[in-house]
Design a protein around this ligand. Structure first.
Ligand SMILES: Nc1ncnc2c1ncn2[C@@H]1O[C@H](COP(=O)(O)OP(=O)(O)OP(=O)(O)O)[C@@H](O)[C@H]1O
Length: 373
């Protein structure tokens, strides 16, 4: 495998080195607005993956942490043949790495630039594109505040607005020369897609029912682990359990293997945050109750309590912030995840170690580190 430039990516500079001992990093595949994407090989399975390296500072400076978290929360849950899967998220002090399914077909743009597509092939690619956009579209609106994730109508409108100057160019070069060999149905669809008026422009539902589009189209069954995407600005919002326990937050393989806690990636973005995980056979309600009891006994303030998650603050100048979240691992076992931001010195530092943790001792029987790798 060829050597790659380091370019401050924190990626290994030669193929002999591997990222986190798991991925042999190879050639640069491309650049995004905030990331570089590399080809890599999973050392264990020998499968190709794409690794998207994003600089934490760039994200934080650009105020993009929420966008990144949202992108992860949606991507990791979607299972669709035309959407690249997010396999894992890794991080070190400087970078976040998205490990993605490798799309070996290359870029559509490169294919278009190389040769003219037949109408049949165009339809196949277009159907895949619409099929991939459709489940995103069906995600509840509160998850789609990010303009990058809004439905295609808005998305297309946004893009057309960006390249307003280029639009006529597009019409002239792309549509007109093709008239000779384009079927009337396709011509009609293209003109509806390129309608500059968002009110009359064709919608995704209309596209799916369009006679040209419909030929041979099979709706793909997509799977989404959690459609009830929550706003992740609050530590407790990622806890989806209820006190009645009918929508349990069950850890899936992704959570366990990657040590990722739901959507909350704040620890990937804030080096001051520390954490621990415990296993417990106690009931989530009993554990939460105990945390609240001990915290209140220490004059800490419970600022949020939702289902199986509680957040408390306190200490000198409120320099101690702690969120405890519980997830079910098996019928008998739960994982208690404790995340804290505390100053290295001063009374805040001692609150967890000397007060709360001892108070929970009889509920937990195994400890392990949490936080990013
Ligand atoms: N899973 C993948 N498999 C193969 N190549 C990929 C993969 N993901 C990205 N690439 C390559 O890396 C390039 C940059 O990807 P990236 O997702 O960062 O950028 P983008 O989607 O163009 O922009 P943005 O930064 O807005 O997400 C792509 O254009 C593509 O060539």
């Amino acid at each position: 495998m060829p050597a790659i430039e380091d370019a401050g990516d924190g990626l290994p500079s030669t193929a002999e080195k591997t990222l986190f001992g798991k991925y042999e990093v190879g050639r640069l595949l491309g650049y995004g607005a905030f990331a570089k994407v590399y080809h890599a090989r999973d050392v264990q399975t020998e499968k190709s993956v794409a690794i998207k390296a994003i600089n934490k500072q760039t994200i934080l400076k650009g105020g993009l942490a929420a966008n990144v978290k949202r992108e992860i929360s949606i991507m990791r849950r979607l299972r669709h043949p035309n959407i690249v899967r997010l396999l894992e998220v890794l991080a070190n002090k400087k970078k976040i790495y998205f490990v993605l399914e490798f799309a070996k077909g290359g870029e559509l743009f490169a294919k278009v630039a190389k040769s003219r597509f037949s109408e049949h092939l165009s339809r196949r690619y277009f159907q895949q594109l619409i099929s991939a956009v459709d489940p995103t579209r069906r995600t509840p609106p509160h998850a789609l505040r990010d303009p990058c994730l809004r439905g295609t109508g808005d998305f297309v409108e946004e893009r057309l607005r960006w390249c307003k100057g280029g639009y006529l160019v597009l019409r002239h070069h792309l549509v007109r020369p093709q008239r000779r060999w384009t079927s009337p149905d396709l011509k009609r669809l293209i003109s509806r897609l390129l309608d500059t008026n968002p009110q009359t422009r064709i919608t995704v539902d209309e596209i799916i029912n369009d006679p040209w589009f419909k030929i041979g189209y099979k709706e793909v069954e997509f799977h989404c682990d959690h459609l009830e995407l929550k706003d992740d600005d609050d530590d407790c919002d990622s806890a989806t359990s209820t006190s009645t326990g009918d929508t349990l937050k069950v850890m899936n393989a992704f959570d366990i293997i990657s040590y990722s806690s739901g959507y909350n990636l704040s620890r990937l973005l804030d080096d001051r945050e520390v954490g621990e995980r415990f296993l417990s056979t106690a009931s989530p309600e009993e554990i939460i109750e105990k945390v609240v009891e001990v915290a209140e006994g220490e004059n800490l303030t419970v600022v949020t309590r939702k289902g199986w998650c509680v957040k408390v603050v306190g200490g000198y100048n409120c320099n101690f912030v702690m969120a405890v979240e519980i997830k079910r691992l098996t019928e008998e076992l739960v994982v208690v995840e404790v995340r804290r931001i505390e100053s290295e010195v001063g009374p805040g530092h001692q609150i967890w170690k000397n007060k709360i943790k001892p108070g929970l001792n009889n509920l937990i029987y195994k400890t392990g580190p949490a936080g990013c790798r």
